[in-house]
Design a protein. Structure first.
Length: 470
RNA sequence: GGCCCCAUCGUCUAGUGGUUAGGACACAGGCCUCUCAAGCCUGGAACGGGGGUUCAAAUCCCCCUGGGGUCACCA
């Protein structure tokens, strides 16, 4: 029982990596890292119709973003065709597979009939013992499924799940065109890759007995299985585009941190006491299949947002800044408008105010613009004629602050306030609108200092002339 | 419909026979306060129903109900 842990994540490149797939990949990856095992990536690209190279690349890109590295692979099933052919040949020779010359139409007819009679729709096995078939007739290969008995899936999570063999079909393992089928390839690959644990979505539970039958036919012992719960939309329906973003890369665009995204996804169906926020290392250290939940989980965008903010607040400033700069450049803004020290200050001031990197960029934008883009309503409400005086005096006070620090600015403000007999709120908002264009920003003293004395004065002058103009 | 899985606040979950059923998100109220956040405090909110087993059941068993999955020469 001391076998080496070897797990695999096996997406098909018929679409983007979505949340559900990512979560399955995560559980596999964390299990491997926790146990010191091997994580393998295998792309199931045998669907000629729907597989594309673009999706293949996008899937790898998604893993790159998530920071999941694979110890082996990516393997591609299209590069392993000889192996499936070899396995099929061995099964044919052993009599655990047979040639079937029935056409899809004929099989469909059988199913219709069985369904009409209220029985399990399945192929009736009429080609099982035919030795008289015309050798030139096209044929597919079917697995010879036992007529009686049962196939038991020993699931690490669900316990033993029993399937009656008579419910199972003689499934096609090699198509008439020679292409091997999914359930066959999976089993052959998992045998070849010496997979010890198959951790995958619950939707595969009913495929499992079919795959176990292939293991049996090939004389191999099946791996351990763990079928994890699925992710549902807020309407408890399977997650789809209707529920908003589902592709992993979309979350990158929206400004989620990979560690936060991982944190949220892993917590969906897995728990460790009352802890909500985890670093990657903490998950590796504490991950266990035993703590996985059996029931389906509803995706909650608000909690994802909260998780993201938690990671933004605790993240390393330099890394966050690099990500912020990327987004500023995408908005045609030049990060070098501020010194690196000031930029780090911007991150510190804004990290408690942003749930995503996009919001971080929104809040930082006014620092990196040449001038100010005024918000109409803010101007109307706060840059009124009566504040011209106090604002002008605040301008002079600010001009005299040396060195230009938040404490210094604060002291200068206090002097003006006292002379004017005003409350800070009455002065801070006009100044804020003057230098940011809007009514929301970090503390006014910090904001002035990060923006710098020169640029602050320029902006206040601009606001002053705006007030005096009309 | 057959087969299979699942079932604690709106949501994510803790709980493994004896708890005032805990935490988190969200929500509501308050404190703090130069705006917005963050932070702190408070509040409402759950064991789907019915039978058993037991001195005792959210925890074990059965039925029902509800939700999900799956029934291809797709993966």
């Amino acid at each position: 029982m001391n076998e080496a842990v070897r797990v695999r994540f096996a997406p098909s490149n018929t679409g983007h990596l979505h949340m559900g797939g990512a979560r399955t990949a995560l559980f596999n990856w964390f299990f491997a890292r926790h146990t010191g095992g091997t994580a393998i990536l295998r792309v199931e690209d045998t669907d000629q119709e729907r597989s594309t190279e673009a999706y293949y690349d996008a899937i790898l890109e998604a893993f790159d973003w998530l920071g999941l590295d694979w110890d082996e692979g990516p393997y591609r099933q299209t590069e392993r065709m000889e192996m499936y052919a070899g396995a099929a040949r061995r099964m044919l020779e052993a009599g655990t597979a047979y040639r079937c010359t029935c056409t899809p139409d004929e099989v469909e007819e059988m199913r219709q009939k069985a369904r009409a009679e209220g029985k399990t729709p399945k192929y009736d096995g009429r080609c099982r013992d035919r030795y008289d078939a015309d050798p030139t007739e096209p044929f597919c290969l079917r697995l010879r499924t036992p007529d009686e008995g049962e196939t038991v899936v020993n699931d690490l999570l669900a316990g033993s799940v029993t399937f009656q063999n008579d419910q199972l079909d003689d499934m096609v393992i090699v198509r008439t065109n020679g292409a091997p089928t999914y359930n066959f390839c999976v089993a052959v690959d998992d045998i070849d890759m010496r997979i010890s644990h198959v951790i995958r979505g619950n939707d595969h539970l009913s495929n499992t007995p079919k795959q176990i039958l292939v293991y049996n036919a090939l004389g191999e012992a099946p791996p351990r299985f763990a079928h994890i719960s699925m992710i549902l939309g807020s309407d408890k329906k399977r997650l789809s585009k209707r529920h908003g973003a589902t592709s992993v890369l979309e979350f990158r665009e929206q400004g989620y941190l990979p560690d936060a995204f991982i944190n949220y996804l892993v917590r969906l169906g897995w728990s460790f006491g009352d802890q909500e926020i985890f670093t990657r290392e903490e998950i590796i250290r504490n991950f266990s299949i035993d703590n996985l939940n059996l029931s389906a989980a509803v995706f909650n965008p608000k909690k994802l947002l909260w998780t993201n903010q938690e990671h933004i607040m605790s993240g390393e400033a330099g890394g966050l800044l690099a990500l912020l700069e990327e987004r500023l450049r995408a908005r045609d803004l030049d990060p070098d408008m501020l010194t690196r020290e000031a930029r780090l200050g911007v991150v510190e001031e804004l990290r408690t105010r942003a749930k995503t990197l996009e919001e971080l960029a929104d809040g930082a934008t006014f620092f990196f613009r040449q001038g100010v883009e005024f918000d109409e309503k803010a101007v109307k409400k706060f840059l009124k004629p009566e504040v011209a005086g106090p604002l002008a005096r605040a301008r002079e006070a600010i001009a005299g602050v040396e060195p230009f620090s938040p404490e210094g600015v604060k002291t200068a403000f206090e002097r003006v306030l006292e002379a004017e007999g005003m409350k800070l709120g009455k002065l801070a908002q006009p100044v804020r609108v003057a230098i940011t264009g809007g009514t929301v920003s970090p503390g006014i003293f910090e904001t002035l200092c990060l923006l710098g004395k020169e640029r602050s004065l320029e902006r206040i002058d601009k606001a002053l002339s705006l007030i005096n103009q009309p």
